[in-house]
Ligand binder design. Structure first.
Ligand code: F3S
Length: 674
C-alpha cells in the first residue's frame, strides 16, 4: 500500500498566522480570549485553552484590559467598535485575505453600490463581511443569485459589486459570474477566493483521482474541510472524513493500493503526523499479513453479506422498487439502499420509470449511512460524473465527437452540458460567424470535440467548429468517392461569373458553363439563375485529380430541337415569328429555341432588294419548311414556296371550275330527270 499526503494539507497561511499571534498573546500574560473559536478544530482550541487562552462568544463579554484575539474569519465593524468601547486590547488575527474583502465592501458601499456576497450566510466569515457593508445580499450559489436577479426587472440595472467567501469553489465562482454578467448592466466583480483554498482543492482532486481511498482530516464544523471531503468524494469512491487520528481504523485500507491524505486549513500538523504514523504501521502489518494466494472463504463471504457501508463506498445493487421520487436498491447488506430522484440523473425532466427498471443492476456511490433507520442514501449521478470525466477524456484522446446541450451564453462563448459536465466553447469555435448572435444556440443540441480537459481545475474546452469541419470533410470525401457522370445532385448556387455558375453540391463546388444553363440563347447565367437558388444539376464530367466538376442544368427533355423534330417535317407549313432581319434573309422562330432562315430569295414571289421591304421583326407569318439539316440543327423556310403552292392550288381550282361538261354526262343527267 502506498500512502500519499497532500503537500497543501493542514494550516493555511491565515490560520498559521492566527495561531502564532495567539501564542504570542498568551506569552504576554493577563486575561486572554479569542472572540469565537479561533479555528474549527477542537484539538487546537483545547491546546490553546491549556495555554490560558479562553473564549468569549460576543464582544459585549470583553472586560476593560482583556486581550481579545480576532480570529482569521474577522469580525464586523460594529463588533470591533464594541471591543474598542469596552477598552479591550485587540489582537487582530483576521486573515489578510479576509481583511481585503472588508476593505473592498466598505469602499464599494461608500460609493453607493449594493454588495452581493456569495457564500454561506451562517458562516462567521460571511457575517463579518456583511458587517462592513451598508446594503448587501448573500447567496449560497449561482442559482440563488440568478433567481434574485430575475425577481425584479430593476435589480440587474442597480450598481452591484460581487465578492466571494474565501473558501468558495471555483465552479461556484464561474457559474455566479456567468449568471451575473449575462443579466447585469452595472456590475463589478471581485475575485476574493483564497488562493490557498484553490490549491488545496486542486491537489485534493488530483490525489483523489489516483487513490483507492482518501482520508480527509478536518474539524466537523470547518466549512473548508467539509468542502474538501465533498470534492474528494466526487473523484474517489471511498472517503473517510475524520477529525483526529483516533477515529481512524487503518484496517479498512488493507485491500487498498494507494491511500491519499489531505487536511483542511484548520488541521494542525501534529494530527496529520499522527494519521501518517498510524497508516505507516498498517503498511507494515499489511505486508507481513498478506496471504500468498487470496481464496475467498465462506466466512469472508458471510462477512461481506453483513458488511458495513461507509460514506464514499462504491456499491453495486439490484433495483427492487421505483417510485416517482426514488429508486430502492438491494445492496445485499442489512441496510436498504435508496437513490433519490435528484441523485439519479441530471435530467430533471426524466421520469425514473423511463430510465431504470426493476431487476437492473446498478452501480452507485454511498452518500449517507443511517444505522438507526437502517438505510443508505446512494447517488448514481456522482458515480456517473466520475465516469463521465474519464469518458470525456477518452473522447478527447480519440478525437471523437460528442453531443451536448447549450445551457448558457456568455461574452466569450457558450457553455455546453455534456454528460453532466459543463464544457466551454469559445465563440470563435462555435462556428457562428463573428458578430452574429450566439443566443440562437441556446438550448439546442450541438456536436463538439473535446479539445482540452483539466479535471483539477474543472475546466473543459470544446470545439463545435472542428466537428462541422470534420463532417464537411467526410461529405466531400463521399462526393468524390461516389461521383459519376450523369449523377443528379441538389445544389445551391454559390456564385456566378459571365461564363458560368458555381454550385455547391454538398461541400464541393461544381461549375455549370453558361451554355449548359439553358437551351435558350442567354448572355450570362444570371439571366436564368440567382445566388442562393436551390437547383437540380447533373454531372457532365469530372476530374478527381484537378478537383473539377462540370455540371449541367438544362434538361434533355426540354431540348427545343427534339421538340421541333417531334412536331415538324420537311414540307410542313409553320406559323413563325420573324426575330431578326439580315441582308441575306430573315431568321424566324419556329418553336422557342429553334429558328429557321428564310433566304431573301424565299421571302416573296417577286424580286426584293432587302428583307425589310416585306418583313418586319416581330411579324408573324406562315412559311414552308423546305429543308432540315439534322446534323447542324439548321432549318430552311420559304414563304415564296408557300405562295407558289397557294397560287398553283388556286389555278387548279379555277381550271376545274371552268372546264366544259362532257356530252355523256349531260345525257345521263337528262335521263335521271325524266
Ligand atoms: Fe486566509 Fe485563505 Fe486561510 S483566506 S484563513 S489563507 S483559507
Amino acid at each position: 500500500m502506498k500512502v500519499i499526503t497532500a503537500k497543501t494539507a493542514g494550516f493555511c497561511f491565515g490560520v498559521h498566522r492566527a495561531v502564532k499571534l495567539c501564542q504570542r498573546a498568551a506569552e504576554q500574560g493577563g486575561r486572554c480570549f479569542t472572540l469565537g473559536p479561533l479555528i474549527h478544530n477542537t484539538s487546537v482550541t483545547d491546546a490553546l485553552l491549556a495555554q490560558g487562552i479562553g473564549q468569549i462568544d460576543s464582544a459585549q463579554e470583553a472586560m476593560p484590559g482583556d486581550t481579545v484575539i480576532i480570529r482569521s474569519h474577522g469580525i464586523s465593524k460594529a463588533e470591533r467598535e464594541i471591543l474598542q468601547a469596552r477598552g479591550a486590547n485587540i489582537v487582530d488575527a483576521t486573515c489578510p485575505d479576509v481583511a481585503k474583502i472588508h476593505k473592498i465592501v466598505s469602499e464599494e458601499s461608500l460609493a453607493g453600490r449594493k454588495i452581493i456576497i456569495i457564500g454561506r450566510s451562517d458562516h462567521p466569515e460571511v457575517t463579518a463581511i456583511a458587517g462592513w457593508c451598508d446594503d448587501y445580499v448573500v447567496f449560497q450559489d449561482a442559482a440563488a443569485l440568478e433567481t434574485w436577479l430575475k425577481s425584479d426587472k430593476t435589480i440587474p440595472d442597480l450598481p452591484l459589486s460581487i465578492v466571494f467567501q474565501t473558501t468558495s469553489s471555483r465552479k461556484n465562482f464561474e457559474l455566479s459570474v456567468n449568471s451575473a454578467k449575462k443579466l447585469c448592466t452595472n456590475l463589478k466583480i471581485f475575485d476574493t477566493i483564497c488562493d490557498s483554498t484553490c490549491k488545496r482543492q486542486q491537489e485534493a482532486i488530483a490525489l483523489s483521482g489516483q487513490a483507492d481511498a482518501m482520508i480527509v482530516i478536518g474539524g466537523r464544523h470547518s466549512a473548508n474541510s467539509i468542502r474538501l471531503a465533498e470534492i474528494c468524494r466526487e473523484y474517489c469512491p471511498r472517503v473517510y472524513f475524520i477529525e483526529t487520528a483516533d477515529e481512524l481504523d487503518p484496517g479498512v485500507f488493507h485491500a487498498s493500493d494507494t491511500v491519499g491524505i489531505t487536511a483542511g486549513a484548520s488541521t494542525p500538523a501534529w494530527i496529520i503526523k499522527e494519521v501518517n504514523t498510524k497508516m505507516s504501521e498498517e503498511i507494515k502489518n499489511t505486508v507481513s499479513e498478506e496471504p500468498e494466494e487470496a481464496v475467498e472463504s465462506f466466512e469472508e463471504m458471510l462477512e461481506k453479506s453483513i458488511k458495513t457501508l461507509h460514506t464514499g463506498d462504491k456499491v453495486t445493487g439490484t433495483v427492487v422498487a421505483i417510485t416517482s421520487t426514488e429508486v430502492s436498491v438491494d445492496l445485499g447488506t442489512k441496510q436498504s439502499g435508496f437513490i433519490p430522484a435528484s441523485e439519479f440523473t441530471d435530467d430533471s425532466g426524466a421520469k425514473l420509470e423511463d430510465v431504470v427498471k426493476i431487476g437492473d443492476e446498478i452501480e452507485s456511490f454511498v452518500m449517507r449511512v443511517n444505522d438507526v433507520e437502517g438505510t443508505v442514501m446512494l447517488s448514481k449521478k456522482r458515480l456517473d460524473a466520475i465516469k463521465n470525466w474519464e469518458e470525456l477524456d477518452k473522447l478527447r484522446e480519440e478525437k471523437e465527437a460528442v453531443e451536448g446541450t447549450v445551457t448558457s451564453i456568455n461574452k466569450g462563448g457558450v457553455m455546453v452540458n455534456v454528460k453532466g459536465i459543463q464544457v466551454f466553447v469559445p465563440a470563435s469555435l462555435t462556428g457562428v460567424p463573428k458578430g452574429e448572435d450566439l443566443n440562437t444556440l441556446l438550448k439546442t443540441k450541438v456536436k463538439l470535440h473535446i479539445t482540452e480537459i483539466n479535471q483539477s481545475r474543472r475546466r473543459v474546452i470544446g470545439s463545435m467548429k472542428a466537428v462541422a469541419a470534420e463532417e464537411r470533410r467526410a461529405k466531400v470525401e463521399a462526393i468524390w468517392n461516389e461521383i459519376e457522370i450523369g449523377k443528379v445532385y441538389t445544389g445551391v448556387v454559390r456564385s456566378m461569373t459571365s461564363y458560368g455558375a458555381f454550385v455547391d453540391i454538398g461541400g464541393v463546388d461544381g461549375m455549370i458553363h453558361v451554355s449548359e444553363v439553358s437551351w435558350m440563347r442567354i448572355r450570362q447565367p444570371s439571366d436564368v439563375l440567382s445566388i442562393g437558388d436551390q437547383i437540380e444539376v447533373y454531372v457532365i464530367d469530372f476530374d478527381k485529380e484537378k478537383k473539377k466538376i462540370s455540371l449541367g442544368y438544362k434538361k434533355a427533355e426540354d431540348n427545343p430541337w427534339t421538340k421541333f423534330m417531334n412536331a415538324y417535317s420537311i414540307g410542313d407549313v409553320a406559323d413563325v415569328k420573324v426575330v431578326k432581319l439580315m441582308p441575306f434573309g430573315a431568321f424566324a422562330e419556329i418553336v422557342p429555341g429553334v429558328d429557321g432562315l428564310i433566304h431573301i430569295s424565299q421571302i416573296a414571289d417577286y424580286r426584293i432588294n432587302q428583307p425589310g421591304e416585306v418583313l418586319a421583326e416581330g411579324q408573324q407569318v406562315q412559311a414552308k419548311i423546305t429543308d432540315i439539316d439534322e446534323e447542324n440543327h439548321k432549318v430552311s423556310l420559304s414563304i415564296r414556296a408557300l405562295l407558289n403552292e397557294q397560287k398553283e392550288m388556286a389555278a387548279q381550282t379555277f381550271v376545274e371550275d371552268t372546264e366544259p361538261v362532257e356530252e355523256d354526262a349531260v345525257e345521263e343527267a337528262s335521263t335521271e330527270a325524266e
